[in-house]
Design a protein around this ligand. Structure first.
Ligand code: TXE
Length: 498
């Protein structure tokens, strides 16, 4: 049965005045649920409620906030299978990855809960006697979380976990491709017992709800994951309010394959990195930069491995790669394949939409590999689909220079058995993340996640201890218990006899 959802505001599902849209399974075309396009007024209501809840939530001791996060993690664990299947059904990643999406929420909520008993600041010596100086984190206020469809539980999990432990109520605005995942996500938080108004969700358009959140004067932080153009637009309008903005905008992540690499290990990594989630990860390995000495061998092995991948309904445990997430994604990826052909890139394998039988109902594209010249579009632009560009490098320096020649800087990787190359890659690859002998994907929640260049500003990082930076500001506190006026920079002279 297709359920018609409302908007989650102030701890309740509310009917919306807005028009409705459907969410579908990208493998079968089946309608899964319907959701409203929230109106401007409803956005105003949600922000009002979140602002009201902030007063109480920020005064709730952080360890107590952490207990609620732990309770939510426990429910996510209990419902992991059910939620993982919803991720797969609505977004199209294979079921093992659907479960992984939910596991990432469990991991991060558990991690963030612990932060409730840390959230360390500093105590710093004063230059004057009988005076104490310290720094504490303060919550910035209600936050807007704008999320994409490719990690429909994990990304809301990262953003909300950090906002909640910091003391910020939030309004989640999920991608219109995966609102059901967001609704199920919010249901868990509701069951965990967060106070009304702390957790809110509005489905709707980027222009009304997304833009509206960024522009609203009472929204004090925005955490956004999505495309570069939208991200830049969000950054500009948030700058007008001078609020905190976290942006994560994708990548064109390279794997460097040196001539001393373990080729079996490399192949396993490239297959998972390039074709996991049908290439629709911000950290997907979309470029393989290969040392000329092993280039021919690698190309041959790659084609053989890619052609063995089983494409099909992602809910089937045996499927290696599911569909891309939407008709739009399919169009975009097929356009890039066409660009590759037109620009004279050498098609190694794949290159077609899969048709016939069950394929006709979904958005299935063959795992595709091109040999690409370093100046061509397939070598430089994010495709966000199952398309791998292979480039030939003369040596290590050449490989690094190709790797660094794109506008993105999220993830990177090197396969080598030589420590010199491994350590130089750690130093020289322009990226927020570098893996050694592992593909470009596989972030763990206890470490910072984010990039440089047009992947996003370097002053915020999701996950890890830095996650708090998106939702807190530093307050510096001076406590003078001398009982007299003490003047910094002036009375200090007397103390040192100066
Ligand atoms: O992203 P959008 P889309 C890339 C990837 C993909 C492309 C487009 O290349 O093909 O972006 O995907 C909301 N103000 N990535 O269209 O539009 C929108 O409703 C505020 C990389 O899904 O950026 C959704 O909730 N918000 C990426 C979110 O922004 C607005 C993951 C992302 O949508 C808005 C996804 C506006 N004006 C896509 N307009 C990654 N970094 O991994 C839209 N939104």
């Amino acid at each position: 049965m297709v359920q018609d959802y409302g908007l989650f505001i102030g701890g309740k599902w509310k009917k919306s005045e807005g028009k409705r849209f459907e969410t579908r399974n990208p493998a079968t075309g089946e309608v899964l649920a319907t959701f409203p396009l929230a109106t401007k007024e409803e956005l105003g209501d949600a922000v009002h409620v979140a602002k009201g809840a902030f007063e109480k939530w920020r005064k709730t001791p952080a360890p107590r906030r952490g207990e609620l996060l732990l309770e939510a993690a426990r429910i996510f664990r209990r419902k992991k299978e059910e939620l993982g299947r919803i991720v797969t059904t609505e977004m199209g990643k294979v079921i093992a990855e659907g479960r992984g999406d939910v596991q990432e929420v469990i991991d991060f909520y558990e991690y963030a809960a612990g932060e409730g008993r840390r959230m360390f600041g500093d105590t710093v010596p004063s230059e004057l006697p009988d005076k104490m100086c310290l720094t504490v984190r303060m919550p910035v206020g209600p936050a807007g979380l704008i999320t994409p469809w490719n990690f429909p539980m994990a990304i809301p999990g990262w953003k909300s976990g950090a906002a909640l432990i910091a003391g910020c109520p939030f309004i989640l605005k999920p991608s219109s491709l995966t609102p059901l995942c967001a609704a199920k996500f919010v249901e868990v938080l509701d069951e965990a017992g967060f106070p009304p108004g702390v957790v809110n969700m509005l489905t709707g358009s980027g222009s009304v709800v997304g833009d509206g959140l960024v522009a609203h004067p009472d929204i004090r932080a925005i955490s956004f994951t999505g495309g570069v153009d939208t991200g830049k637009h969000v950054y500009e309008s948030a700058a007008k309010k001078m609020i905190k903005v976290g942006l994560e905008l994708g990548g064109k992540n390279p794997i460097l394959a040196m001539d001393d690499a373990d080729l079996e290990l490399l192949m396993d990594g490239v297959m998972f990195g390039a074709f996991g989630t049908a290439g629709q990860r911000c950290t997907a390995a979309s470029r393989l930069i290969v040392h000329q000495k092993i280039y021919d061998q690698v190309l041959e092995d790659l084609a053989a491995r890619a052609e063995k991948l089983r494409i099909g309904n992602p809910i089937d445990e045996k499927t290696d790669m599911g569909p891309v997430a939407s008709a739009e994604q399919e169009k975009k990826v097929l356009e890039y394949i066409e660009i590759g052909r037109k620009e004279g890139d050498g098609l190694v394998t794949g290159g077609k939409k899969l048709t016939g039988g069950a394929f006709d109902k979904g958005f299935f594209i063959e795992p595709t590999i091109f040999e690409v010249d370093r100046r061509k579009r397939l070598a430089l632009e994010e495709i966000f689909g199952p398309v791998l560009s292979v480039l030939k490098a003369k040596d290590f320096d050449d490989a690094v220079s190709i790797a660094n020649s794109v506008k993105y800087g999220l993830s990177s990787s090197i396969y080598t058995t030589d420590l010199r190359w491994a350590f130089r890659a750690m130093q020289e690859l322009e990226a927020g993340i570098t893996y050694v002998n592992a593909p470009t994907i596989g972030a763990e929640v206890q470490l910072p996640f984010g990039g440089i260049k047009e992947t996003g500003p370097t002053d915020t990082r999701e996950a890890g201890p830095t996650a708090l930076d998106e939702f807190t500001y530093w307050k510096t506190i001076y406590v003078d218990y001398s009982g007299r006026l003490q003047r910094a920079q002036i009375d200090t002279e007397k103390l040192t006899g100066g």
